[in-house]
Design a protein around this ligand. Structure first.
Ligand code: DGJ
Length: 729
């Protein structure tokens, strides 16, 4: 089998800048936030409260817009606060909808009614000041528009300007009100370890659907992303879709509510469960960013908007960030049995395949021979690496690869020197059992001393080994017994917020001090993937499930919300999860739909495996700009049938790559014809196949044919696969 696409010129052409502006229409007390194709309009009503007016396709005429007016009360059971779309409601004044802010004041008052005070516009940012009707509790709402994508970011900052402490019991980033009506449908992501990124679709009915993490991190079980389509009619290509995501890696919550007045709203921010944040006089709390957008191009366009937004506006390096290198990771090959010689041997083989980054996973430090000991002791294991990491790193570098290392800084095994010295550093409640998971406890990163110790430890590791180019930052359990006995009792619940803030702080400081360092976020697979961690890491580990067939669905779910560039996908050995075996070419092609990695035990790969693998890596390098930075079209979903097809089109339209997979052939039928998307109908494309599975089409073909007639693929039997590249002439 010949596997080679002609090399392509790597050209990333940015979409033309959208038109973004924020204006205040003074006569009507309205703010028009224009984010490219999207308008978002807020007003101050006659009660001096903030009201949501509109969110959807861009409007152009100021005169169409009436000033905000409260709706009348419906009955003595539902006052205007429940019938009028609230932009940032406090809990008080007879509102029964989900509040954005709930507070207990020092004198026991638990009523909060926020009134508009002032505003300020600076470029693409609007700040609105609000204040309680009698207490000096202020809230700054910040809105930032991103005109290229139509995305708007909301954050809220609560200020205690009174002379006494106050306790926040719920602090949400904001609420997104959809056009009033019924028949909406919610799409969200759920899962578990090794089964993340499952897609759920369900009708929105009166009441509230909560998706959340109470676990201290983002979680495998749910992800802080949503999409809502009108009339339940959107598909991949068409339909009105409102979508959004939180940038927070701690406990979070999204409440999708349909009120009894047909108002659908999504409220999101810190999870109010076990939340209690004391603001001393003069203190403030800023909520996580909550991003949201709107499209009429269905779920496919919603994903493409997010992918580009993440790459350009969220992730380190932005639009000019380099492509992800092809990576090798030792975990599935050696688990804890790492050694200098063993890793060098793997590195030799990885280099032969064209791998660009060699990552040594767990097992290199302390007494880490299994998962029962050593976590917390970040010193090189002298039996396994008698001369430190230097010789291995040099060896890897001489082979032309850079070197990466696994760490799990937030954790400690009770059987470790760190725990013996500082048992109080683990999260716990005094004199109560400490639940171990994977034989480990969570360090209380909310503590400043623990935070500083972890920063210094990692900083030392990177300073002593300046050639470490990459850290895989793992987190293999959730919180239990989230106690913080050293803090005053009233403030102990702040741990939920302080922990994540401090993890962010460590990463930010490490990156500032070691500017070339790249980081992968991992939490036993995809347990920490969100727009908060993506702001600080180049990539994420998608799932510990590397079974290529399961991966099709895992990767599809991931791609609804997150860019393929960040999605690490390894080729591993078979039989894999589920005891399933798939061909090596199939495993490669599945992994090549994200950021390619190899995680098999190369010592067991035959010469023909190695040969196929090097050709696949070479092929990947010729298409990775398109895969990582292009526009993804999910043509056939693995959830619908045994046939899956995805297409990636480069931003300049010069290259399109089609991947297709058939899990099982039935009754001798061929797979359906695949009609491509996102091409230029008038253009002619040169066809590059990696095998002989493209039927009918020969050397060149028009965009019109590809998008309307489509291509036939010779895929049969079980776990067959192919890839085809189309390059515009
Ligand atoms: C969980 C990660 O997801 C794996 O890839 C591996 O790094 C192990 N932890 C190591 O303990």
């Amino acid at each position: 089998m010949k596997i080679r696409f002609a090399s392509v010129v790597l050209m990333s052409v940015l979409a033309p800048a959208g038109f973004g502006e924020i204006r205040y229409l003074a006569a009507r007390k309205l703010w028009r936030l224009e984010a490219g194709p999207v308008s978002y309009i807020i007003g101050v009503n006659e009660k001096n409260e903030l009201q949501s007016i509109y969110w959807g396709r861009r409007l152009w005429r100021d005169d169409d817009l009436a000033a905000a007016h409260t709706n009348s009360e419906w009955a003595s059971f539902d006052n205007y606060g429940n019938t009028t779309p609230q932009e940032y409601p406090g809990w008080g004044g007879g509102r029964y909808i989900e509040p954005c802010l709930k507070v207990t004041l020092a004198d026991g008052v638990r009523d909060l009614v926020l009134h508009y005070v002032s505003y300020n516009i600076e470029g693409e940012t609007l700040r609105i000041e609000m204040k309680d009707i009698s207490y000096d509790l202020g809230v700054t709402l910040e809105y930032r528009v991103f005109p290229e994508s139509g995305i708007i970011r909301k954050t809220a900052t609560v200020h205690n300007r009174t002379r006494a402490p106050m306790t926040l019991e719920s602090a949400q980033s904001g609420a997104w009100n959809l056009p009033r009506g019924e028949g909406y449908r919610l799409t969200y992501l759920s899962g578990r370890w090794a089964g993340e990124w499952q897609i759920n679709r369900e009708a929105i009915h009166p009441g509230m659907k909560v998706i959340e993490s109470r676990r201290g991190n983002t979680s495998h079980q749910a992800n802080p992303w949503f999409a809502i389509d009108a009339d339940g009619r959107a598909d991949e290509q068409t339909g009105r879709v409102w979508f959004g995501a939180l940038g927070w890696s701690g406990s979070w919550r999204l409440s999708i509510e349909q009120t009894s007045h047909q108002q659908v709203r999504v409220t999101g921010g810190f999870n109010p469960f076990d939340f209690g944040y004391v603001l001393e006089p003069g203190q403030s709390l800023e909520t996580p960013p909550f991003y949201a957008g709107y499209t009429e191009g269905g779920f496919g366009e919603a994903s493409r908007i997010l992918h580009r937004f993440e790459r350009v506006n969220i992730m380190p390096g932005g639009a000019t960030a380099r492509l992800r290198p092809v990576l090798y990771n030792s975990w599935e090959a050696t688990e804890f049995a790492v050694s200098e010689e063993g890793q060098k041997a793997l590195a030799d083989k990885a280099a032969r395949l064209g791998v660009e980054r060699f990552v040594m996973d767990d097992g290199w430090f302390g007494a880490r021979n299994n998962d029962r000991a050593g976590l917390g002791d970040w010193t090189v294991n002298a039996q396994k690496f008698p001369h430190g990491l230097g010789p291995l790193i040099d060896h890897v570098n001489h082979l032309g690869m850079d070197f990466g290392l696994w760490v799990e800084p937030e954790m400690v095994n009770p059987d470790s020197n760190l725990y013996r010295q500082h048992p109080d550093w683990a999260m716990h409640f005094p004199d109560r059992p400490r639940t171990q998971e994977r034989n480990q406890l969570v360090l209380n990163m909310a503590r400043e001393d623990v935070k500083n110790y972890i920063f210094e430890t990692l900083d030392r590791l990177l300073t002593e080994n300046p050639k470490i180019a990459f850290l895989k930052w793992d987190m293999n359990r959730n919180f239990t017994e989230p106690g913080w006995p050293e803090a005053p009792a009233a403030q102990q619940k702040e741990l939920w917020v302080a922990y994540t803030r401090n993890v962010y702080d460590i990463i930010d400081r490490l990156r500032a001090k070691h500017p070339k360092l790249e980081i992968e976020s991992c939490s036993g697979g995809g347990g920490r993937v969100d727009l908060g961690i993506l702001q600080r890491t180049e990539e994420v580990w998608t799932s510990d499930n590397t079974d290529a067939f399961d991966r099709l669905r895992i990767q599809e779910g991931f791609s609804l919300a997150y860019t393929p560039k960040a999605m690490m996908a390894w080729v591993t050995d078979v039989p894999n999860f589920n005891g399933r075996s798939t061909p090596l070419a199939y495993r490669f092609l599945v992994a090549m739909m994200g950021s390619l990695g190899i995680g098999g035990n190369l010592n067991r790969w035959s010469e023909s495996d190695m040969d196929l693998a090097s050709r696949m890596v070479e092929l990947y390098k010729s298409i990775r700009a398109t895969v990582q930075q292009g526009r993804l079209f999910r043509l056939f979903s693995p959830r619908d049938s045994g046939f899956t097809a995805n297409e990636y089109v480069s931003e300049d339209g010069g290259q399109a790559v089609l991947f297709a997979f058939r899990s099982a052939q039935d009754f001798g039928y061929p797979p359906p014809a695949v009609r491509l998307s996102g091409l230029d109908e008038q253009a002619v494309y040169r066809v590059k196949t990696i095998d002989h599975k493209l039927a009918g089409v020969t050397e060149t073909v028009s965009g019109a044919y590809l998008m309307n007639r489509g291509v036939d693929l010779r895929l049969g039997g079980d776990f067959d696969s192919t890839a085809v590249a189309f390059e515009r002439q």
